[in-house]
Design a protein. Structure first.
Length: 407
């Protein structure tokens, strides 16, 4: 997105094959950015922050909530109108959390039932706000900061708990004026006092996604004789809480070859099989591991104490109702599960060994991948319906898992 707003051609190496990321490319291309894909290298040529053009058709974000919410922030400050839509799952996910603060900035946005896609965004002149976020959400924070580039004055966002900061780092890398103090992030409008006036094209290496790597961390931890290395993983401190949780449960993980690249920390992970204790995940831990919770829950029956997840009602409004999907499929495999409004409690291995079953991921990539890992240590065969839904974030997942699995 930022490359499409910059002046010149950005080269993005190690670009993901994930459907979500290519939904973003499609939207930026429809808005007038020039996009060329050469396997894992993507070149994006932008024409400056005012260089986007109106699309004659609705922008399709596919299954990607990140695409829709972040683009809403950018489009709110343009000089044209846009319609943003997505697939059936995305049209059920709440958008008012983004629409609300953008309207406070002067945006003209209409949503179905004032909360759901499709979004109709009429570009407007925006003004800065000081936004106190009612809930921790990196997507909402990012949407407001991106809109802040086009607002008059200095926009600030204060979050109740720390969330991932990739957007802030990328904004700084492309030349926006960003300040961070504790949980408050401030951005100067590009065209106001102290504003940069433009973004500058960059040549960047995209770190490997730790939320995808976690499935192999879990698989290696689960199977006692495992010993794997995962190279060039993004180890941003706002993302490594999942590794802290694994280590706290007794996992054997080493971080090696750490280096800084374009504001992000990258390194290798060495993981060996281990006897996992389990434990409780709650409070301010939740926003930092929200995407990894399905994998942790699916590991629960293999841990000594089981896994208990609290304060995670946000899981109800992801690509699926992940709390319900986890409880349903764990029970199909013979686990003992207590489903709660904001989480669940999964009994540990003393409750009995899991058996193979037919898994219904409800079109959710993380549910499909989490249960593929859980199935490795279950008795008998497991069948995962609609397994291709993993392609939303990791099209090669089953191929890579099959390559690593020793029969």
């Amino acid at each position: 997105m930022l490359a499409g707003l910059a002046e010149g051609t950005s080269a993005l190496r190690n670009f993901s094959a994930a459907a979500d990321c290519h939904s973003t490319l499609g939207c930026m291309s429809a808005l007038g950015a020039e996009v060329k894909v050469e396997k894992e290298l993507v070149r994006v040529t932008g024409h400056g922050p005012r260089g986007l053009q109106s699309s004659w058709r609705a922008l399709d974000a596919g299954n990607s909530g990140t695409t829709m919410r972040l683009l809403a922030g950018i489009l709110a400050g343009q000089e044209f109108s846009t319609k943003l839509t997505g697939d059936g799952s995305l049209q059920k996910r709440p958008m008012k959390r983004v629409v609300g603060p953008l309207r406070e900035m002067g945006a003209d946005i209409r949503a179905k039932d004032d909360n759901f896609a499709p979004l109709e965004i009429k570009g407007a002149r925006l003004h800065a706000i000081d936004y106190q976020m009612p809930m921790a959400s990196a997507q909402v924070k990012s949407a407001v900061l991106l809109a802040g580039m086009f607002a008059e004055g200095v926009t600030s966002v204060t979050e109740p708990a720390r969330t991932r900061d990739h957007t802030e780092l990328a904004l700084e890398e492309f030349g926006a004026a960003v300040e961070r103090h504790g949980r408050t992030t401030r951005i100067h409008g590009l065209f106001g006092e102290n504003g940069a006036g433009k973004l500058v094209a960059k040549s960047l290496d995209v770190p490997g996604d730790i939320s995808s790597a976690v499935f192999f961390v879990a698989a290696a931890s689960l199977l006692g004789d495992s010993n794997i290395a995962i190279h060039n993983v993004g180890l941003n401190p706002t993302r490594t809480a999942i590794l802290d949780l694994f280590l706290g449960m007794g996992a054997s993980i080493q971080m090696l070859s750490l280096q800084s690249s374009h504001g992000e920390i990258i390194g290798d992970l060495a993981v060996k099989g281990a006897d996992l204790r389990g434990g409780v995940i709650e409070g301010q831990q939740i926003p930092l591991v929200i995407d990894e919770l399905p994998m942790l829950a699916a590991l629960g029956p293999y841990t000594e104490e089981g896994i208990e997840i609290r304060n995670a009602g946000e899981l109800r409004v992801k690509e699926s109702d992940r709390i319900a999907a986890l409880a349903e499929n764990l029970r199909r495999m013979g686990a003992t599960v207590e489903e709660r409004p904001d989480g669940l409690k999964v009994e540990g291995r003393s409750a009995g060994k899991l058996h193979g079953a037919e898994i219904e991921p409800h079109g959710d990539h993380r549910i499909a991948m989490a249960f593929a890992v859980a199935a490795l240590a279950a008795e008998g065969a497991t069948v995962i319906r609609d397994a291709e839904c993993a392609g939303v974030s990791y099209p090669a997942f089953f191929e890579d898992l099959n390559r690593l699995a020793v029969r």
